[in-house]
Design a protein around this ligand. Structure first.
Ligand code: NAD
Length: 303
């Protein structure tokens, strides 16, 4: 298949590489030339602009930071929608609000092209391994048409049609607000346990084997416990997802007291200048206030 891809970041670069590995004829674009160059070395074609990605493609993908970039790249005369061929299928893999997905889809419909939202979960590791879960919003015939191509990016058993356009984005926000809030709660719980005298690595091992286990806790093994906040998933993007979830809740008139507090905590961590570090870095705020460090390394490695 001829596939176009815009946004070769931490997730997109791996997804694009997996599309190439599956034998697709791939054209790529990113504002960072070095990201494009890395894919060209693997066999992709570089487009000099967004419109070059749309040109002739049967599937066009984006993996971009958030709503502003997504609307900017898809919409308008210089955008992907205006320059795609009419039989092509447009698929956004970014995490955005359902309102953004629906507004891009409305323009797609006006221009006679088809659009789906398909945000992903599974982190950079899942993107690299091609085992992401995908949460798709669209119509069934488009989903079925895209499924073989999506299978290069995600685990075929974890590619879900969630409903009409926007439903993928809603599902992704439900998933991520759980993860963002869990990071804040884990920081509280572990700071208490460590200050009360139990080693962080013991807490981790026991909770991981008990009812407090979660996918978010599993990520702490290589982040908070190792004092390594290299992203992964940047705090700035996690804050964006909490904000988008709260915007949706406000539209629906739903109280979200816990998510609101978690969002404020992420905002405070952002204000510390930690936006480009991994989301679990939010634990540092709690550590500072509690006067403990949640350090799970062997005592000889602690500095
Ligand atoms: P990233 O910041 O690493 O990558 C974004 C890429 O988009 C960058 O390469 C950037 O140069 C490019 N870009 C930005 N504006 C552009 C423009 N106008 N034109 C062309 N390229 C542009 O982000 P990421 O971590 O890869 O995340 C991408 C999306 O996937 C986000 O919506 C994020 O919320 C979501 N997501 C990320 C993870 C994760 O673990 N990192 C997991 C699930 C979902």
């Amino acid at each position: 298949m001829r596939v176009g891809f815009v946004g070769l970041g931490r997730m997109g670069a791996h997804m694009a590489r997996n599309l190439l590995a599956a034998g697709h004829d791939l054209t790529v674009y990113d504002v960072r030339p070095e990201a494009v160059e890395a894919l060209v070395e693997l066999g992709a074609t570089a487009a000099s602009s967004v419109t070059g990605v749309a040109d002739g493609a049967e599937f066009v993908f984006t993996s971009l930071p958030g709503p502003d970039e997504v609307t900017g790249i898809w919409q308008g005369e210089e955008g992907l929608l205006a320059n795609m061929r009419s039989s092509a299928l447009a698929i956004d893999l970014s995490t955005v609000g359902a309102d953004t997905s629906r507004s891009v889809e409305a323009e797609a419909r006006n221009r006679g092209v088809r659009y789906m939202d398909a945000p992903v979960s599974g982190g950079v590791g899942g993107a690299e391994a091609g085992t992401l879960s995908l949460m798709v919003g669209g119509i069934e015939s488009d989903f079925e048409e895209a499924f073989p191509v999506l299978s290069a990016i995600g685990d075929p058993d974890k590619i879900y049609l969630c409903g009409e356009v926007g439903a993928g984005s809603v599902t992704k926000l439900v998933n991520n607000l759980i993860g963002m809030t869990a990071n804040v709660v884990l920081a509280e719980a572990f700071s208490m346990g460590v200050k009360a005298g139990v080693d962080a690595s013991v807490l981790f091992e026991v909770v991981s084997a008990s009812s407090g286990a979660s996918a978010t806790l599993a990520q702490w093994k290589t982040s908070v416990l190792q004092r390594n906040f290299e992203p992964g998933f940047m705090l700035a993007l996690g804050h964006k997802d909490s904000r988008l979830a709260l915007e949706l809740a406000e539209q629906l008139d739903i109280p979200m007291p816990v998510t609101t507090q978690a969002r404020d905590r992420l905002a405070a961590a952002l204000a510390e200048g930690w936006g480009e570090e991994a989301v679990p870095v939010v634990a540092r705020l709690q550590e500072r206030e509690a006067g403990v460090v949640i350090d799970g390394r062997e005592s000889a490695d602690r500095s």
